[in-house]
Design a protein around this ligand. Structure first.
Ligand code: DX5
Ligand code: ZN
Length: 215
């Protein structure tokens, strides 16, 4: 069954506890936390102190998507804040294999994400080391952008790549996912969908999460 990770980026930052209650009531599988530093991407969001506070008010696992330059500098802080999965951009770190080992050394799940223009072959030799591949289907930095159609082929290629490993690697997809295209993304092989505006733009957020989960 597909898993859903609502992205906090599109939630009301002035009332995060209320937004998190809605995710709990909708049975969200993870909370997707988009960390942006204004350098790797042209936007700034929040960091470990905010995540640490949120950790105290919910038991939903935290899926932390780091859009920061040289993320290896901050892994320990995000682990300490309560991350369950830490995903780094292939393009943001020079020694990707080393960064993955740092994440795993804390007993946290390690994910790698690829921008739309980055090929899957860049992670071919680290498949034994990772727990999750995140295919970005928009350019990172903002919620509410449109799904890039060429990414459909990349999702199905990533699916085949994962299936060949016989390992339990999660295939996550992030960006421009709505109720209208989610089914197709699942059919292409996506098993964990990140949804921001497609959930928080709804009148009834809890109901919308359930609708996604029932696909
Ligand atoms: C974009 C973020 C996404 C974003 C998705 O950089 O990684 O997680 O919140 O938002 P929507 O679903 O609105 O495209
Ligand atoms: Zn994200």
């Amino acid at each position: 069954m597909v898993k859903i990770a609502p992205s906090l980026l599109s939630a009301d930052f002035a009332d995060l506890s209320k937004e998190i209650r809605k995710m709990e009531n909708g049975n969200a599988d993870y909370i997707h936390l988009d960390v942006m530093d204004g350098i790797y991407v042209p936007n700034i969001t929040f960091g470990p102190p905010v995540i640490k506070k949120l950790r105290k008010i919910t038991d939903i696992p935290f899926d932390v998507h780091l859009m920061i330059d040289r993320p290896e500098r901050y892994i320990e802080e995000f682990v300490d804040a309560g991350a369950d999965i830490i995903t780094v951009h292939q393009e943001s770190t020079t020694h990707l294999h080393r960064t993955i080992q740092i994440i795993k050394s804390f007993g946290v799940k390690a994910g790698v994400t690829l921008n739309p223009a980055t090929t899957l072959s860049t992670i071919e030799y680290i498949l034994d080391d990772i727990d999750l591949i995140l295919i970005m289907t928009v350019n990172p930095g903002f919620g509410g952008q449109s799904f890039i159609p060429a990414m459909k082929e990349k999702i199905s290629d990533a699916r085949s790549m994962i299936d060949k490993t016989k390992r339990d690697i999660i295939l996550q997809v992030d960006g421009g996912i709505k109720l209208e295209n989610a089914k197709e993304i699942i059919e292409l092989g996506g098993d964990l969908l990140v949804v921001g505006s497609g959930i928080f733009g709804a009148e009834d957020v809890e109901k919308r999460i359930k609708e996604f989960k029932s696909l």
